[in-house]
Design a binder for this molecule. Structure first.
Ligand SMILES: [Zn+2]
Length: 260
């Protein structure tokens, strides 16, 4: 008898749950955290005429302005608005604390071969080749400038390839949406901005690992390629890049909200 009561209760709850309009929660993308890579004592990489921290900040600020102007229902939060040093953990914390719906980190790439150029957008995951690993290693190496990085990042050693194996075990709950946004960004760069898109890639970026929402890291171009460095230091070039990321975000927001 008791079992029947339990089963009935469960059935009733199940029925109620299935009738609850779960899909009509009206989820909106309301808050975006824009993260200008590096800053302060960490210049990031550099070219002949510029440092990554300056280029990333200029594009991040412009992206935020375009979002505010065109999507007034979206709150824009920056991890830095000037030349300050912000630890990777704190960048992720800012996004997590604010309950952000999207995290966009802006960086510039670098490599020994000056011919290499183009954009890459990363989502969290295990790298499939040494080149992707090298990008993550370079971007993660900043934690060596932080106090107690061994404790803060659970023994993670940015220089050791073995350290990156843990990313193969990690299931990222937001992988699908991160990939959707990353795809939008590279499509915009390729089809609208006229950049050479090197595609969407995966690697173990500490800052993406620690955020708890769809997150991407955009490498907007190579400062080690002279032509690309000039483009990224040109006002119009920066505006084109920021506008491309904006349209990718706007489309992502529309796609996600249309699923309600
Ligand atoms: Zn960087």
């Amino acid at each position: 008898m008791r079992n029947i009561v339990y089963i009935s209760c469960f059935s009733l709850l199940f029925l109620l749950a299935s009738f609850t309009p779960v899909g009509k929660t009206d989820y909106k993308v309301r808050r975006v955290v824009i993260d200008a890579g590096h800053g302060g004592k960490d210049p990031g990489t550099h070219g002949v005429i510029s440092q990554e921290k300056e280029v990333a900040l200029a594009i991040a600020l412009e992206l935020g302005e375009i979002i505010k102007k065109n999507l007034p229902d979206v709150e824009v939060i920056y991890t830095r608005k000037d030349n300050t040093f912000v630890e990777l953990e704190e960048r992720a914390n800012i996004a997590n604390r604010s309950g952000a719906d999207v995290f966009i980190s802006v960086h510039c790439n670098a490599i020994g071969n000056p011919e290499v150029h183009g954009t890459e957008t990363y989502i969290m995951g295990l790298h499939v080749n040494k080149q992707n690993l090298a990008v993550a290693q370079r971007e993660n190496s900043v934690i060596l400038m932080e106090d107690n990085y061994e404790q803060k990042y659970e023994g993670f050693d940015p220089g050791s390839p073995e350290s990156y194996i843990m990313f193969s075990l990690m299931q990222n709950a937001h992988m699908e949406n991160s990939l959707r946004l990353a795809d939008n960004v590279e499509n915009q760069f390729k089809n609208r901005v006229g950049r050479h898109s090197r595609g969407v890639k995966q690697a173990g970026f500490v800052v993406l690992w620690q955020t708890t929402m769809p997150s991407i890291l955009v490498e907007v171009g190579y400062l080690t390629n002279q032509k690309e460095e000039r483009y990224l230091n040109d006002d119009l070039g920066k505006t084109y890049i920021a506008s491309g990321i904006f349209r990718a975000f706007r489309d992502y927001k529309a796609e996600i909200e249309s699923m309600n």
